[in-house]
Write a new protein. Structure first.
Length: 652
């Protein structure tokens, strides 16, 4: 071997060693994650700020639309110029970015609302603290967390600790979450209270019993998530509370889907527990999970309702149990409770399938309803007791309580059924000799009495009948009943209008009413008939959130109207400033509802108009001044008004 060959081989070996050493050095310098601290102690910042400190255990339980903190122990100090790091959150069996079940959280310089992102807020040697922002419409449930780091050459390493999974819940404290509830005392009652009162008996003898919801006890969060996992809603649909409560109403009963409770009204409870023996939801839900989804025996309406309240409060949806006395069960979607008799006034048992229960217990849950017209958010009726199928499954709701009250039964879900429970008329029919049934009597106050729930902050009974129906016998209540019945299977139970020749319209002049002054609205009624017409308009104005949730009524009024033949009448109606000044919320939105009936023709008039009180713009105008050419230190001596003028511009 020549000297030249030896020299070449030696140089080649040295070069190889140099390259290998460089690679080892690069690997040694590549960032890696040693551990992840979710700061999930019950008394820590995350759990306290997210109102999840009462849940058992020390896992990270957070509410969507809110920031949370985690800490990472790294192999060396983090270098923002060269190091890349991101978080991955995955939920469901097939996580996908397009389905919002795989979330990639990048590091940013500044956090912005309504998006997933993270920011380094503290550095301490090899340890960094991240503030992570979640989306207000994120899918709820259990997420697997991984941390991925990348080298400048594109190499990556992922860290996952199965003990560090995250549970995401709905967030009634977040204004951008559709379950947002602004009243703190109501959130304490309808989300955080773990005991309650259920009402039973008759309207003249109302009884109450304590119920232990127990949503924060050991194993309850896991049990409630288990119910959600067994439901038909896929993980991508779990970001919408409408979907979640609808499937929960199906899953609490076992009529057709191996849900939590088997119903039994026979009086024979062999092989199970009598419904009257339960005093809470904890044992029921734990037993259901422990036995792999076998229905627990037995339940009746108050048990179904109590368990529903537990599950929804646990998942972060405000919820309450509600009892309706003299509760109708409409079996033929007629929106009336029908009783049939033969020619001799003997009951026609095979036709008398409708019934009126002494009491029935269901639930109200709170959420905005962007899928419905404005004004229908807020309390939604939900019923887990198996009575009738809805889209092929034993479930009921969510139905807007506002829609029930006004007879808008064409709005989803299952509004006709719940309307009939609280406000149907009881119609008596007799068969004639020719076989045709004739209406012989109508009871207008037979159903829907003393609708009750536990009061906020006390064990007193709160009568909420007024939320479900107008005052019994009032013109507004009769309009709601007759409006609703026209969408049932017997639309001609009530006399239809002989003509519909009067129109009703609300107009906003110019840019609409201004904030801080009386709001003047223009009501236009047109009589297309050659005869005179008379009616009384019922006027109601309610404060409304931008989400369509009504906060409360600020003014009610009545206006008698007489129309001459073919007259177009323009009337000004004023909402005084003092009526709304202390009631407004963000966006200053209001909902005006008008209803009435034309005396001569029985035509029903109804319309709703939402409007906003215009607030002034604040424009800052910087005027030219020689003083502005002075040094920065001299500006402090310039009189503020000499170069900055605050002006109230045209309102928008």
């Amino acid at each position: 071997m020549t000297n030249l060959t030896v020299s070449y081989n030696l140089n080649l070996t040295i070069s190889s060693l140099t390259l290998s050493f460089g690679a080892v050095l690069m690997w040694a310098l590549m960032l890696s994650v040693y551990s992840v601290d979710l700061l999930s102690s019950k008394t820590g910042q995350n759990r306290m700020e997210h109102h999840t400190d009462r849940y058992h255990g020390n896992e990270l339980i957070i509410r969507r639309g809110q920031t949370f903190q985690i800490e990472l122990d790294l192999s060396r100090p983090f270098n923002s110029n060269t190091d890349k790091l991101h978080l991955d959150l995955k939920t469901g069996p097939l996580p996908m970015v397009s389905k919002n079940t795989h979330v990639i959280i990048q590091l940013v310089e500044e956090l912005e609302d309504d998006r997933w992102e993270a920011k380094i807020v503290e550095r301490n040697g090899n340890r960094i603290k991240l503030s992570v922002n979640s989306h207000a419409k994120a899918v709820i449930g259990q997420y697997k967390l991984t941390v991925t780091v990348e080298s400048p050459k594109g190499e990556s390493a992922t860290t996952h600790d199965p003990r560090k999974d995250i549970v995401m819940l709905f967030n009634p404290w977040c204004e951008d979450d559709t379950v947002y509830m602004d009243d703190e005392e109501e959130k304490k009652e309808y989300v955080l209270n773990d005991t309650g009162r259920l009402y039973y008996g008759t309207e003249k003898q109302i009884g109450g019993r304590t119920w232990n919801y127990g949503q924060f006890l050991e194993g309850m969060l896991e049990a409630c998530l288990y119910v959600l996992e067994k439901s038909e809603v896929p993980p991508p649909g779990r970001g919408d509370p409408v979907n979640v409560v609808r499937v929960i109403s199906a899953m609490i009963n076992s009529q057709d889907d191996n849900g939590v409770l088997a119903g039994n009204w026979s009086g024979n409870y062999v092989g199970g527990v009598s419904p009257t023996a339960w005093n809470g939801s904890v044992e029921i839900l734990k037993k259901y999970q422990k036995e792999g989804g076998l229905p627990v025996k037995y339940g009746q309406c108050w048990v179904f309702s109590g368990v529903t309240t537990t599950v929804l409060r646990c998942l972060g949806i405000p919820c309450r149990s509600v009892t309706n006395f003299q509760s109708a069960h409409d079996t033929d979607v007629s929106l009336t409770t029908d009783m049939y008799f033969d020619e001799n006034m003997e009951p026609f048992d095979e036709l008398n399938t409708d019934s009126v229960w002494n009491f029935h217990v269901w639930n109200d849950c709170w959420m905005a309803r962007p899928d419905l017209p404005p004004g229908n958010g807020g309390w939604q009726a939900l019923d887990a007791t198996p009575q009738e199928t809805s889209q092929g499954t034993f479930r009921c709701g969510p139905a807007s309580v506002t829609a029930i009250r006004t007879g808008q039964v064409y709005l989803k879900y299952d509004t006709p059924f719940i309307f009939a429970e609280v406000n149907s008329d009881k119609i008596y029919w007799q068969r004639n000799l020719d076989g045709i049934f004739t209406q012989i009597q109508c009871e207008k106050k037979a159903v829907g009495h003393c609708i009750s729930t536990k009061a906020v902050g006390s064990d007193e009974r709160d009568d909420i009948t007024h939320l479900y129906k107008h005052t019994e016998g009032s013109e507004e209540e009769r309009i709601a009943v007759e409006t609703a019945s026209r969408y049932g299977t017997k639309p001609d139970v009530y006399s239809t209008s002989r003509a519909e020749d009067v129109s009703l319209e609300v107009k906003l002049e110019g840019e609409g009413p201004r904030m801080g002054a009386d709001a003047q609205l223009t009501i236009v009624m047109t009589n297309l008939s050659s005869q005179a017409r008379k009616t009384t308009l019922h006027i109601q104005v309610a404060v409304m959130y931008y989400t369509g949730v009504l906060k409360g009524t600020v003014k009610k009024d009545k206006m008698p109207v007489a129309l001459k033949p073919n007259e177009v009448k323009t009337m000004e109606w004023v909402l005084p400033y003092h009526s709304y000044q202390d009631q407004l919320v963000d966006q200053a939105a209001l909902m005006l509802t008008l209803s009435g009936r034309v005396s001569e023709t029985q035509q029903v008039l109804a319309t709703q108009t939402s409007f906003r009180l215009r607030t002034p713009d604040l424009r800052i105008e910087v005027r030219h001044s020689l003083a502005l050419t002075q040094s920065v230190t001299g500006i402090q001596d310039i009189p503020f008004p000499s170069f900055v003028n605050l002006m109230v511009n045209k309102a928008v």
